[in-house]
Design a protein around this ligand. Sequence first.
Ligand code: ATP
Length: 327
Amino acid sequence: MTHTVAVIKGDGIGNEVIPAAIDVLDALEVEFEYEYGEAGDAVKAETGEALPEETYELAANADATLFGAAGETAADVILPLRDAVDSFVNIRPAKAYPGIEAVRPETDLVFLRENTEGVYSGHEDDLSDDLSTLTRVVTTSGSEKLAEFACEYVEASDDHDGFSVVHKANVMRKTDGRFRDAVLTVAEEHGVETDEVLMDAFATRVCLDPEQFDVIVCPNLAGDVLSDLAAGLVGGLGLLPSANIGDDNALFEPVHGTAPDIAGEGIANPTATILSAVLMLEHLGYSEQADRLETAVETVLAEGPRTGDLGGTADTEEMTAAIIEQL
Ligand code: ATP
């Protein structure tokens, strides 16, 4: 079956790393039909809109979207795009690879972050010159949906036995209490092993000994902050992929932004975007190709050639070509 993939390069190094990922996917000979859309600062300067309606529709109607990065307009692009794919979970693996200098080379974590609720649901108010408030939204149904996904995620994998639920229910008793109770109930129904960790304790423990954790299920803001912390443990932004998963659709993007300091020079590290393509392949059912591609990336990270951010001298094209050669 042919899958339709919306491709949105965006701004800055999005224009370099997305073509690299497409070259690699072409080498895998998967049956994707690509449909290109525009979004970001450049298209806003031209048309007045950072996310033109046709790009939104493209993402909403595709089987999956591969997105690069957007500059100043990032919030105007990525938030509606995540909405277009109706994404309720953000998957962010943080894995250290041999050959890459990392603070904690033993790190191998996957964050499953709730992607629609919490403090990101947009209920902020200025009540006076002195007072602003924020309403934190947590639903049982949203938490259960994340938990169902998390259970199926660990059940489908030979690598994971269970997950840690990270929260702060000792302080946010109603909201994180509801989140924790819903997630633990679903896990119990599935017979999936869990443990509970308070998010502040998690921050310390993961820095000291990341191997005590594996899959981490957490509310929106905690997932945002803690997965960035884990990014610091594994050697930086150029390596980290992410997936936003909805019921019938999904969007895959590198964690890094447009890297304006190196954009246009052809030296961006394509790894984060290529690993995002690995997540897309897994999601669309191409597990064998996903494994082959991840192994090829691992080999090139270990043996070179590597881009400058990883201490090498290769440009984007050379590193991409080496990955294709490994395939
Ligand atoms: P934006 O405003 O789009 O978020 P930024 O510079 O604030 O851009 P990033 O784009 O995430 O944030 O980049 C942060 C730093 O990491 C920059 O110095 C950038 O060059 C570097 N960087 C990010 N991604 C890559 C990559 N793929 N290859 C090489 N360096 C990268």
